[in-house]
Design a protein around this ligand. Structure first.
Ligand code: ADP
Ligand code: ZN
Length: 435
């Protein structure tokens, strides 16, 4: 079944009753199977029986990325290896990677969650879907692959990279759907223009993009450049990969698969739960996973939750597009700045390309931000003066909108590395001890 009306449109009260039941099962399961959680729960004196409402999840301990690293590779695994059918891992650029084992049931649930995402985006079995997420340990490739296969689509597993071939295949096969990170979608659009392939006139109709923060402006840019609908996928390896949340035709917020994931927003400083509508750190508890359940996992992703009637009919809670990761938040002249906010402002400026990098440096005690962005060809053709004029215009726009002074450099055309997966937007040149 490509979507699950019973759960996706379930009255909230009933849904929360279901969540509570599954939460108790999960707590029981891990307190038997995972010493790490068993000890933590014992320390806090919390048992499944103490959970009488969804809000009682606040009694449970948090889990952070370091817990996964410290327990690498399988100390948080709640089943024997004979019951594991897949192990993914996330990149681990900053140390040991983290692992994501699945039982056969976990895999099936993941596929269902992803099918909901595809169906909601308008993907149907007639579609030819080109999957340009990286295949391998990264959950993006196989996560999308499984769901599209289950829906009966014709899947073209290009994986990421080899951009010219992506475009040739897209044209030759008549792909109607593209799966990729938003930054890679942009790379594909740009390369197609260089190859003189008019991507707008191809049969491509829908893209499902995720795995990195992207602003609404970027969504619009991709929709216009490719003449498609750009839909969203949200997820993380710790919970299954993509499939945690997805958007609907309203394109106004990301529905969370609440029968599988209990979402909370907490104040990242005090860790106190925050009410609906307030911005903070997103925290998830998995409700049905068996191989590696997660209790109150702190994602570091910043957003807010909204419970409102959605025109699509789904009752699942919605979250705003992720503003950014608390790791990537910069403090410039005392103002908190997410890269996606700068991205939004750059996309307002018609003389520049949506290709940018943010350099953070120290000047005395203060953090200083340099925005490097590429101009459109006309700007370079018009000479140095024009470059300076556009840079000044951007700096003025950022000052006006955010009240912060930044340096803006219009760097040479095509000098910013193009992304094939998750884009690297922030280059931190501050001494390590001063970050
Ligand atoms: P890694 O942590 O190594 O990047 P993951 O692929 O598990 O590995 O990344 C998950 C993270 O990617 C999320 O916590 C979030 O920060 C980001 N992410 C995923 N999907 C989206 C999305 N649609 N919008 C914004 N950020 C996203
Ligand atoms: Zn909706």
């Amino acid at each position: 079944m490509p979507w699950n009306k019973k759960f996706e449109c379930m009255p909230v009260e009933k849904l929360q009753k279901f969540q509570l039941e599954k939460l108790k099962e999960t707590v029981n399961w891990i307190s038997k199977k995972v010493p790490f959680y068993k000890n933590k729960l014992k320390e806090l004196g919390v048992k499944a029986d103490n959970l009488n409402s969804i809000e009682d999840s606040a009694k449970l301990p948090f889990t952070v990325k370091d817990d996964l690293r410290d327990n690498y590779p399988f100390d948080l695994c709640a089943v024997a290896m004979k019951d594991v059918v897949r192990i993914h891992a996330s990149s681990g650029t900053t140390g040991k990677p983290i692992t994501g084992p699945y039982t056969a049931d976990d895999l099936e649930q993941w596929t269902e969650c992803m099918c909901r995402n595809l169906y909601s985006a308008g993907v149907r079995r007639e579609d030819i879907v080109q999957n340009a997420y990286g295949y391998g340990l990264f959950t993006g490739g196989l996560g999308f692959h499984q769901a599209a296969t289950k829906m009966g689509c014709a899947v073209v597993p290009t994986s990421s990279g080899l951009t010219e071939r992506q475009i040739t295949l897209m044209k030759d096969f008549g792909s109607t759907v593209l799966f990729a990170t938003p930054s890679y979608a942009l790379t594909i659009a740009e390369r197609a223009e260089e190859m003189k392939v008019d991507i707008k006139s191809l049969p491509l109709r829908v893209g499902i993009f995720g795995a990195e923060p992207w602003s609404s402006g970027m969504r619009q840019e991709i929709e216009e450049r490719m003449n498609i609908k750009a839909m969203e996928a949200y997820g993380l390896t710790e919970l299954c990969g993509p499939g945690v949340g997805f958007d609907c035709e309203a394109q106004d917020g990301i529905h969370i698969n609440e029968d599988h994931f209990l979402a909370e927003i907490v104040d990242p400083g005090t860790l106190e739960p925050l009410p609906l509508g307030e911005q903070g750190e997103l925290v998830f508890t998995s409700l049905q996973r068996r191989a590696m359940p997660m209790i109150r996992y702190r994602t570091k992703d910043i957003t807010r939750l909204r419970r409102e009637r959605c025109p699509c009919g789904r009752t699942f809670v919605k979250m705003d597009k992720i503003y950014g990761r608390s790791d990537d938040m910069l403090i410039i002249s005392g103002v908190n700045v997410f890269p996606s906010q700068i991205e939004s402002l750059l996309l307002d400026i018609e003389e520049v390309e949506p290709q940018y990098r943010l350099l953070v440096r120290k000047k005395g005690y203060l953090d200083q931000l340099t925005v490097q962005v590429e101009g459109k060809q006309e700007v370079y053709d018009a000479g140095k003066e024009k470059r300076l004029e556009v840079a000044a215009k951007i700096a003025g726009h950022i000052k006006g909108m955010m009240g912060i002074g930044v340096e803006v450099e219009l760097v040479d055309a095509k000098s910013i590395a193009r992304s094939e997966g998750k884009a690297l937007r922030v280059v931190d040149e501050r001494p390590k001890q001063l970050r």
